[in-house]
Ligand binder design. Structure first.
Ligand code: NAP
Ligand code: F7E
Length: 375
């Protein structure tokens, strides 16, 4: 029988790849989206636009327990992937309270609703390598102590602990993924990797004169998001729930990332990168490197995309998007807005049908924004 999956955060980088994966596996895929996304679908649903004819979207909110109860009661998922979160670490320094509210309270409310309305549903929680924070040793594995350096990290530890508590006290099948940084052409522009590839593409085309960054010496273990969502699914297919580190086992600095990205377009990063104190965090995580051996051994998961190939894919996608924008004489944001899709969006008991238009058939491809003609 067809299995049903519910994804919170389906409009994000990981949500979009996971939805593709689950559709390929024959799942009935449902996604929770914020009401603002329904009000502005052209802009906020761009990562899943190509999937809209095949998935069901539900308007609900992590800030509303009642809406979460209604959602779980209605969808009755076999598997729930909880990806929705305030995920940008820098923002958590600016607004500690909303980060805690969304990530801790939202996760708690979702777990409580799950216990009441879908206790047999398997649950995935998006934990993070940021939880390790100020590390004393490396590589980090499932036994490494947490030393958070931001309220984002604190919120993820609280979510992680809540999940473990619901697993142990209430017998719910819950897995915590401790995922290290994973990137793709669908990464948000505020994160350092996409900021670099996007800006390097602009500089190459004469559209920008420099890129301003913060801590160039910070080191991260960077993998490809498409591979990391497979690990999420694999965790929920095990006979027993458990927690897993997902990483490549290699670490590189932001400086090295710049070097590779700029050299891919024939430029020397030293000529273009400027350090700007505005982007230096009050407390940063200096070096992360994961030990994914438990995931290798038990899940049979391992990464295949090498970090330099990831950079190449990202910068080529950015260049392509930029060239297309120039060709049609529009800024990239306007190209996004020009995209039109077709979807049945459910919010409560009301259905909305978006304006029909050209829908990109070939899902799984990146730079989807360019697949739409301006209306
Ligand atoms: P992302 O692209 O920033 O997506 C975040 C998703 O959460 C979006 O769908 C966003 O919806 C939704 N969201 C944010 N605030 C919300 C709120 N108040 N109520 C409901 N939904 C809200 O993040 P990602 O990279 O896909 O990451 C997915 C999850 O994995 C996150 O929980 C993140 O913290 C965690 N994680 C990510 C990484 C990584 O390297 N990517 C590593 C470890 C853990 P809108 O589109 O409406 O804003
Ligand atoms: O920063 C440094 C910055 O914002 C990486 C999220 O997905 O992964 C992500 O969190 C590093 C940091 O990612 C700039 O100081 C320098 O040391 O790309 P980032 P993050 O903070 O590691 C984890 C695993 C998550 O869970 C999160 O959700 O790069 N850096 N200059 C900069 N970072 C940004 N954003 N912008 C700069 O200009």
């Amino acid at each position: 029988m067809k299995r049903t999956a519910l994804i919170t955060g389906i409009t994000g980088q990981d949500g979009s790849y996971l939805a593709e994966l689950l559709l390929c596996k024959g799942y009935d895929v449902h996604g929770m989206v914020r009401h603002a996304a329904i009000e502005s679908p052209e802009h906020r649903l761009w990562r899943i636009r190509h999937l809209l004819p095949e998935i069901r979207i539900h308007g609900a909110s992590l800030e509303s327990y009642a809406s979460l109860c209604k959602l779980l009661q209605h969808v009755q998922p076999d598997e729930c992937y909880h990806l929705a979160a305030q995920s940008y670490v820098s923002y958590s320094f600016e607004d500690e309270f909303s980060t805690m509210q969304t990530n801790v309270r939202g996760t708690h409310d979702l777990l409580a609703a799950l216990k009441q309305f879908a206790p047999g549903c398997k649950f995935y929680f998006a934990g993070s390598s940021e939880m390790f924070g100020k590390v004393e040793s490396g590589p980090q594995n499932e036994s490494t102590p947490f030393h958070p350096r931001s309220t984002y990290a604190i919120s993820k530890i609280a979510g992680f602990d809540l999940c473990r508590y619901y697993r142990e006290a209430h017998g719910i099948y819950i897995c915590n993924g401790i995922l290290f940084n994973h990137e793709s052409p669908r990464r948000g522009l505020e994160f350092v990797t996409r900021k670099i590839t996007n800006q390097a593409a602009k500089i190459k085309l004469g559209l920008a004169k420099e890129i301003r960054l913060g801590n160039l010496e910070a080191r991260r273990d960077w993998g490809h998001a498409r591979e990391y969502v497979e690990a999420m699914w694999m965790m929920l297919q095990q006979p027993k729930p458990d927690d897993y580190v997902i990483a490549t086992g290699e670490t590189h600095s932001v400086r090295e990332f710049c070097e590779v990205a700029f050299s891919h377009v024939g430029l020397d990063y030293l000529d273009w990168v400027k350090v700007d104190p505005e982007f230096i965090r009050p407390a940063d995580v200096e070096c992360l490197i994961g030990d994914p051996s438990k995931a290798h051994r038990i899940l049979g998961w391992s990464n295949e995309v090498y970090w330099t190939d990831l950079i190449k894919e990202m910068i080529e996608a950015d260049q392509e998007e930029m060239k297309r924008a120039i060709h049609v004489g529009k800024a990239p944001e306007q190209v996004v807005r020009a995209a039109q899709g077709r979807a049945l969006i459910q919010t409560g008991t009301t259905n909305f049908t978006l304006r029909p238009a050209t829908v990109a058939g070939a899902y799984g491809k990146d730079s989807l924004k360019g697949k739409f003609e301006e209306a």
